[in-house]
Design a protein around this ligand. Structure first.
Ligand code: 0O2
Length: 267
């Protein structure tokens, strides 16, 4: 494979990563817009750099012509969750997606790697449309908690620094911190319901305020200006008081008023 071919080879992988990132980010925003807890906290994606592909090929004794067939993570998606329980929810979502095929799964959470690495990997096939036709792309989706990700990112940068040969003293500390990460995930899981409840309330209130502002904006053009001024003043007073229940009740009243005005306008 000559150097110039890399760009063409990697282009469909870039497309696959872009599309998959958009799809998973969309799920996250849809959950939040529906005031529901999102098992997805963050989504990132990358195409492996050429040097990293070559390093891996070298490590695994893969010939250049076999790279696409034998290296499964040229396209990589990382999904970060808040809690360990969310990971299997996300895996369940991936298994049900009609636009990709799950090829294999690796559970490094039930069975962490010797390094201490914990994460759930799902290898998939995903079709992209290119000007040369449909291409079936291999992608690796890594699903892990915020805490697991913190550890993996640090460990990865140390692997790089020590060229894969981390000194024992540092390795021992990494092992100890992997255990601390596991304890942290367990602790967070024990207050998961409480955290989820509080986040849901926060999001519902944020959606309520956004709806109120949207209604105020729409009413501004059709309602009596003096009446609007009073409504706006009332909104700011309730908002400043911090009384969430009153704000919800105000939101409901404003919805009714907006529906009335809209009906009058259409009549
Ligand atoms: P990069 O730079 O992140 O792309 P193998 O177990 O080696 O035979 P393979 O293909 O490496 O099989 O698959 P695996 O185990 O699913 O690992 C793929 C990716 O998972 C790695 O890609 C890392 O991103 C991550 N990973 C696996 N093990 C570890 C680990 O011990 N520490 C950290 N920090 N990450 C790990 P690359 O290509 O190794 O690296």
């Amino acid at each position: 494979m000559e150097l110039y071919a890399w760009r063409e080879k990697l282009a469909p992988y870039e497309l696959a990563v872009e599309e998959l990132v958009i799809k998973f980010r969309r799920m996250m925003t849809d959950y939040r817009a529906a005031s529901r807890y999102s098992p997805i906290e963050e989504v990132t994606g990358r195409v492996k750099t050429i040097s990293s592909i070559l390093d891996k090929a070298n490590r695994k004794r893969v010939e250049l012509e076999e790279i696409e067939e034998r290296i499964d993570d040229i396209a990589g998606i990382r999904i970060i969750c808040q809690f360990e329980e969310d990971i299997m929810t996300v895996v369940g979502i991936i298994r049900q997606m009609r636009d990709l095929t799950v090829v294999s799964e690796r559970d490094y959470i039930s069975r962490p790697k010797e390094s201490g690495y914990r994460s759930y990997h799902v290898n998939v096939l995903y079709d992209v449309q290119t000007i040369y036709g449909c291409r079936r792309i291999k992608a690796e989706i890594q699903i892990r908690t915020l805490a697991m990700n913190f550890w993996a990112v640090i460990e990865h940068s140390l692997q790089y620094k020590y060229n894969g040969d981390i000194p024992k003293t540092v390795r021992d500390r990494l092992t100890a911190s992997a255990q601390a990460v596991q304890r942290l995930d367990n602790e967070m899981s024990s207050i998961r319901e409480e955290v989820m409840d509080s986040q849901n309330k926060f999001r519902k209130d944020a959606v309520n305020v956004a709806d109120i502002l949207n209604n105020l904006q729409n009413l501004y053009h059709i309602a009596d200006q003096d009446a609007m001024l009073n409504i706006q003043r009332e909104f700011y007073d309730i908002y400043k008081s911090g009384d969430k229940e009153k704000l919800r009740e105000f939101g409901r009243r404003l919805d009714e008023l907006a529906a009335d005005k809209k009906a009058q306008k259409l009549a």
